[in-house]
Design a binder for this molecule. Structure first.
Ligand SMILES: Nc1ncnc2c1ncn2[C@@H]1O[C@H](COP(=O)(O)OP(=O)(O)O)[C@@H](O)[C@H]1O
Ligand SMILES: [Mg+2]
Length: 261
């Protein structure tokens, strides 16, 4: 492609991506142009364009949250449903440490090396984990599509504002038992261990808790599955006990769960 042609295509993509969105900046002060130019590299923009031309979404409204390794965008589909796009960053990411969450998982035996492939694989892994969890009826955002480093899923929240994190919510015993049920069902029904289970990766919605950020979830056969399970239970016990809820001993929960199988 000539330079002029690719410039033209790029600006067309920019316009198309954000055509229907009116606000210039979002609540967090992000300038849209800046995000698209500096955070998303060209292959990612092409991937987003393909997701639009395939009709999976209609347009991107703008960024909602930016982490070190991913940016979450609010998009809309043709029926005006809010959609979440989790874009894993290829350029800035520090994916090396994630390798250990993939190697050892029998679902991902033949790993191609290279950061880009690893990032693409990570997006696919989060998609699969969401799928397995959704099918096991665990409350997670419904996975819709994955393409390269872009994961498309149900948006949990209203008008581009994500639901409140468990971290920022009032909690009671019922929330604790829901959180434990999520860990248990993940294990016994979805055959997964979350690996990063915490108040930062759970929404508290009016319909109860909703678990997300499943990129690090591993198959039960992963050599560290039990260690991750223990850490997940410890995390949630620590959070609820700090909030004055009486919790069940980690070992007791582990034993019950492992006995059940
Ligand atoms: N499905 C979703 N719907 C709405 N907001 C979401 C969704 N998934 C993630 N978010 C928002 O994006 C933020 C980061 O998402 P997360 O998956 O935890 O990424 P990270 O890997 O950066 O921790 C969350 O704290 C939440 O505010
Ligand atoms: Mg997270």
């Amino acid at each position: 492609m000539t330079d002029i042609l690719s410039k033209k295509l790029e600006s067309k993509i920019d316009n198309k991506l954000f055509s229907k969105s009116r606000r210039k900046t979002l609540d967090d002060g992000f300038k849209k142009g800046k995000v698209i130019n500096e955070v998303l590299d060209k292959p990612t923009v092409m991937t987003l364009y393909k997701i639009i031309s395939d009709g999976i979404i209609s347009y991107v409204n703008g960024p909602v949250s930016a982490g070190k390794e991913s940016v979450l965008f609010w998009a809309v589909d043709k029926n005006e449903n809010d959609i979440a796009l989790k874009v894993y960053l290829v350029s800035t990411s520090n994916f090396k440490k994630r390798e250990s969450y993939i190697a050892g998982d029998p679902r991902f035996k033949n790993i191609k090396s290279g950061t880009k492939n690893l990032v693409y694989l990570w997006a696919k892994k989060e998609y699969k984990n969401l799928q397995q969890s959704f099918e096991a009826k665990i409350p997670v955002p419904k996975p819709l599509h994955v393409s390269n480093n872009v994961l498309v899923m149900e948006f949990v929240g209203i008008n581009g504002k994500p639901s409140q994190l468990l971290l920022n919510s009032e909690v009671d015993e019922n929330d604790y038992s829901q959180a434990l049920d999520m860990i248990k069902n993940l294990y016994s029904k979805a055959k997964l261990v979350h690996g990063d289970f915490s108040e930062y990766n759970i929404f508290k919605t009016e319909n109860g808790l909703c678990l997300f950020d499943l990129g690090s979830a591993v198959d039960l056969k992963h050599p560290n599955a039990i260690e991750f399970l223990k850490r997940d239970i410890n995390n949630i016990n620590r959070f609820f006990s700090k909030r004055g809820i009486s919790t069940i001993e980690t070992n007791e929960i582990m034993e019950d769960l492992l006995d059940e199988l």
